[in-house]
Design a protein around this ligand. Structure first.
Ligand SMILES: [Zn+2]
Length: 263
């Protein structure tokens, strides 16, 4: 929450002073209160109430989210996949960075590296190492591990933990599995530190506890997706920590906000 406040203050200071005199919910948008209420009408009551209780903060973060590269915010889940030939445009090998890697051959998108390195450095300053265990997974690699798993388990069992090929967030090149990649990670110092601090660096827990119905996955305390600092703050501050719900909302309503944003 402290990170959210800091970010909101920084963003508010970036709004030109002359714009603050204009009427409306927010100087950057032509949106009335009733339009915003209609836009968020289908969200869960708690999310809706938070947005309508602090519409200026909500829209400040949304304004910032619309400036993010759209491919950082693609919705990828069990029903919405990526094209089989989707390869992120700026993959870099992690071998040359000062990071703790549990194996070689890991890669991520260059666009997330500055925030990842800052997060690892901040953790290190607290005496905490963040071990990176898995990162980008190509479509072909997903096919391989999916088929391997199917040799010993039913399809239903496999898909509870593993996305069908083309449906893994890992294909985005912005997702990291930390540490042991199992439930014990939540109890480690690294797991606890990430839960409390990852959002300040733009990372969001994709499958939090109790989200199996909406995400299709059981709790994965090790799996973080980079969405950018503003999206991460919106998820934490308004969407109750649900990345899935936020990305569904953004996918559906992106046009609503872009059409009403001032040039
Ligand atoms: Zn993962």
């Amino acid at each position: 929450m402290r990170a959210l406040l800091t970010l909101l203050i920084a963003l508010a200071c970036a709004v030109p002073v002359h714009a603050l005199g204009q009427r409306g919910l927010h100087p950057r948008f032509r949106i009335s209160r009733s339009e915003l209420a209609e836009c968020v009408a289908l969200l869960p009551a708690a999310v809706r109430e938070r947005a309508l209780a602090a519409p200026a903060d909500f829209l400040t973060l949304m304004d910032c989210v619309l400036d993010e590269q759209p491919d950082l915010l693609l919705l990828v889940d069990k029903t919405r996949g990526l094209p089989t030939d989707y390869v992120p445009p700026d993959l870099v090998s992690l071998d040359r960075y000062p990071l703790e890697l549990t194996r070689s051959g890991l890669s991520l998108r260059r666009v997330i590296m500055a925030d990842l390195l800052a997060m690892a450095k901040a953790a290190r300053a607290m005496g905490i190492i963040l071990p990176l265990s898995s990162s980008y997974r190509s479509y072909d690699y997903q096919v391989k591990i999916y088929q391997q798993e199917l040799m010993t388990k039913s399809r239903e069992e496999v898909e509870r933990e593993l996305a069908p090929p083309g449906h893994s967030q890992h294909q985005l090149g912005t997702v990291i599995d930390f540490g042991s990649i199992d439930a014990t990670f939540a109890e480690t110092r690294a797991g606890k530190w990430l839960l409390a601090n990852a959002a300040a660096y733009g990372f969001s827990l994709s499958y939090p506890p109790g989200s199996e119905r909406e995400t299709g996955y059981t709790h994965e305390p090790w799996h973080y997706r980079y969405v950018g600092k503003c999206a991460a703050s919106l998820i934490e501050g308004f969407f109750g920590g649900s990345q899935q719900r936020f990305l569904e909302f953004l996918t559906e309503k992106r046009r609503f906000f872009t059409e009403r944003r001032k040039a």
